[in-house]
Design a protein around this ligand. Structure first.
Ligand SMILES: Nc1ncnc2c1ncn2[C@@H]1O[C@H](COP(=O)(O)OP(=O)(O)OP(=O)(O)O)[C@@H](O)[C@H]1O
Ligand SMILES: [Mg+2]
Length: 580
């Protein structure tokens, strides 16, 4: 995990390395200043030499200025290094997510990915900056200050050791009890994000079901849980302050008392005592910083691990070494295909599927919900890989094509397809970025989308809102079909894509397919039998198996199930007039 994170420092290696150097420079200056102070008092004021006061004073100012410079540079470089790392991490995650196959995506939740790209990266960024700036600074301060004080008076310095020990024990106790709480808190952030993501995305459904109070309650719960955990953690952390104060003032009092006695017996100078006072503060402060780093580290460890998971996730599908880049025609073959969403689980959603489809044929697919219709067609454009057997397009195994070549020739209108925010033209050109306006309009004419688009005030330049919420369900479906047609695919797959379109328009779309794109192989999944009965052949799926495959007339004769569906859907329903 740490390796993955650090390998993304890349071009920010220099600022990352120089930051600790600046910080150490700052510490050294800070440590030297008390010595100057002691000299001013002992050699200047006590000895009554103004020139010493001035020269040591100037030295002190110079050191202060240098210390300030180092401090500022350290802060600037630290900020540059940590924000750069954050940027690289986001980049690496985003790039990898784009390479994910559907089965990779199934593994992470959307909310999880969003949290990883935002909150988790910010955690790592803050922790990285702290490590660069403080983790070198604190130990160096601690050791130098201890060393300096021992060189002044080992007897007095041992007071510090006692204080350090007490404080260290208390810090360890506090930290060990809070770390677990912080980790728990981060996991709860995930829950909260999931809650927000789901409810806000589906806000219309929430309102339709008048479930506002329910989701408010759920949100409050998630938020309250986070608050409770962090309050608990912070209460424990709050003991830090008083204990620190007891140690500081305890040391100071003992130091004053013993120091004063030593000055009287001439074992110590006033100046030395003054510098010891500054060192005691430095020592205890650096201990505090160290404890903070440990807390930050534990918090960011969890985040780092979650980031590394995304970056290291191997895309489950790769282009072959020497990919085929030309799809010859639109023929499709399934050879002994079995498929399971979880490889090795044995729960096949498709079993022993065998069929051949000629280029240019129109194939209807029907079957009850959950009979794996969508799963079947997802194998043709290789959204998923088969578990056994092979799927061939144009006589070539889909795994031998380059993904781009295959998917540009196999257009799928997914069951719950979405439009993106942007104009209608922009949306249509997802199908082919180079399509001309006329090609876009022609695609809309085939999909019967032209009639309502042209009625819109701005026609094809009308803006679609995010998710396509400002067009009706049927209009959205027709635009999705048009978008798939713009790429002039060899194979067109419509997964229940006209379910919200009225039957008359549905039949006009199918007629347009027949007349305008006769060479394209069409797979039409539908629940309405009227949508598939004029197809060249029809696949009846049942529980992941091909129950029947033939023309409408053959199936009417052969398949009782098909006949039943046909009769139940046509008798008395409004669809009957259509095939007459
Ligand atoms: N991404 C997925 N991960 C795991 N299982 C899945 C996934 N998608 C579908 N399934 C399972 O595969 C089976 C077939 O689903 P599929 O979506 O192919 O059915 P369908 O025939 O298209 O149904 P519908 O008519 O409702 O669209 C179902 O049991 C479903 O639970
Ligand atoms: Mg489906």
């Amino acid at each position: 995990m740490i390796k993955t994170i650090l390998s993304n420092v890349k071009q920010y290696t220099f600022p990352s390395l120089i930051t600790p150097v600046f910080m150490i420079g700052e510490v050294i200056m800070e440590m030297l200043i008390p010595i100057m102070m002691a000299n001013i008092i002992d050699k200047g004021i006590s000895a009554g030499s103004i020139s010493s006061v001035v020269s040591y004073g100037l030295g002190m100012i110079a050191m202060g200025a240098l210390g300030l410079f180092f401090g500022v540079m350290g802060a600037v470089c630290g900020a540059r290094a940590s924000t750069g790392l954050a940027c690289n991490l986001r980049d690496a995650m985003y790039l990898n997510i784009q390479k994910f196959s559907f089965s990779n995506i199934d593994k992470f939740s959307t909310a999880g990915l969003v949290t990883r790209m935002t909150t988790d990266v910010t955690n790592v960024q803050v922790a990285y900056q702290m490590i660069l700036r403080i983790s070198f600074r604190a130990p160096v301060t601690l050791i130098t200050a201890l060393f300096m004080s021992f060189s002044i008076s080992s007897r007095l310095a041992s007071i510090f050791l006692v204080a350090v020990l007490v404080l260290a024990v208390v810090l360890v106790i506090i930290m060990s009890t809070t770390m677990g709480l912080f980790q728990k808190g981060m996991r709860m952030y995930d829950d909260l994000n999931e809650e927000v993501e789901e409810d806000v995305t589906a806000i219309r459904t929430v309102k339709a079901f008048v479930r506002e109070n329910y989701v408010i309650e759920a949100f409050r719960n998630a938020a309250d849980n986070i608050r409770d955990v962090f309050v608990k953690a912070e209460i424990r952390m709050a003991f830090n302050g008083p204990v620190m104060m007891i140690c500081v003032y305890g040391s100071m009092l003992t130091l004053s008392w013993m120091g004063a006695n030593m000055i009287i017996s001439d074992e110590l100078t006033t100046g030395q005592l003054t510098s010891l006072f500054s060192y005691v503060m430095s020592i205890l402060m650096s201990l505090m910083m160290l404890s903070m780093i440990f807390v930050m580290l534990t918090m960011s460890m969890a985040s780092g691990r979650r980031i590394a998971e995304v970056i290291n996730e191997k895309p489950s599908m790769k282009d072959p070494e020497t990919p085929v880049t030309e799809v010859k025609d639109g023929s499709v073959d399934f050879c002994d295909v079995s498929f399971s969403y979880r490889k090795g689980s044995g729960n096949n959603v498709l079993s022993d599927v065998n069929f051949h489809v000629n280029s240019g044929e129109t194939i209807g697919i029907i079957g009850p919900t959950g009979s794996s219709k969508s799963s079947l067609v997802s194998l043709i454009s290789r959204l998923y890989d088969v578990t056994e057997g092979k799927v061939m397009v144009g006589g070539v195994d889909v795994r031998d094509y380059s993904m781009e070549a295959l998917r540009s020739k196999v257009s799928v209108v997914l069951q719950n397809n979405v439009l993106f925010s942007g104009s209608i033209y922009e949306n249509l050109r997802w199908g082919n970025p180079d399509a001309t306006d006329e090609e876009c309009r022609e695609a809309c004419r085939i999909a019967c989308a032209d009639e309502f688009v042209e009625r819109m005030p701005e026609g094809y330049d009308s803006i679609i809102e995010q998710g396509g919420t400002n067009v009706s369900g049927g209009q959205r479906q027709r635009l999705c079909i048009a978008r798939a047609l713009v790429g002039k695919p060899a194979i067109l797959i419509l997964d229940d894509s006209t379910s919200a379109v009225d039957t008359a328009t549905d039949s006009r779309i199918r007629k347009a397919f027949k007349e305008r794109i006769p060479g394209t192989t069409k797979f039409i999944i539908a629940q309405r039998i009227t949508s598939v009965m004029d197809s060249d052949r029809i696949i009846v799926l049942d529980d992941g198996r091909v129950a029947e495959f033939g023309t409408h007339d053959e199936l009417m004769e052969r398949s009782e199930a098909y006949r039943e569906i046909y009769e139940s859907q046509t008798s008395g329903s409004g669809d009957f007039d259509e095939f007459g």
